[in-house]
Design a protein around this ligand. Structure first.
Ligand SMILES: [Zn+2]
Length: 139
């Protein structure tokens, strides 16, 4: 039987950063320099069946270079966990964002997302173990 394995989130982050840098150097203007890319990093099932999803948020932005008028491109990482349980008392949990990193060094920057990923997955796992909210069935 063929089993699908979830992709390594860090590889996915590296890809996203490369895509964004490619976009920045391409001169295309239909995408914003300030955008957030969401990446699913975990899906859990609560003990009553509700789905709990953990998303890593890759936040690209532009800021002014210290002491100059130049702009520089940065990235930071945050995460959000959402529980779809009907009446769940904590349907949303946010993992605070990391510091901003210059977009110049993708391979080195990506692993800084790890603590955020781990914190979100851990919270989602723990929530799944105790959340008794049922999936919403329309009634
Ligand atoms: Zn819940």
């Amino acid at each position: 039987m063929y089993t699908r394995t979830a992709p390594d989130p860090i590889n996915a982050v590296v890809e996203e950063i490369r895509d964004h840098r490619r976009y920045l150097t391409s001169g295309r203007s239909f995408l914003s320099k300030n955008r957030t890319e969401d990446q699913v990093i975990g899906k859990f099932q609560g003990i009553a069946g509700a789905t709990i999803t953990a998303d890593l948020q890759i936040v690209f932005s532009e800021r002014k270079k210290k002491g100059t008028w130049e702009q520089e491109n940065v990235v930071k990482f945050a995460a959000i966990v959402r529980c779809a349980g009907h009446g769940c008392s904590t349907p949303e949990h946010k993992v605070p964002a990391t510091a901003e990193f210059l977009l110049d060094a993708d391979a080195e920057t990506a692993p800084t997302a790890l603590p955020v990923i781990t914190a979100a997955q851990k919270w989602a796992q723990e929530h799944a173990e105790k959340c008794r909210a049922l999936p919403y069935d329309g009634s």
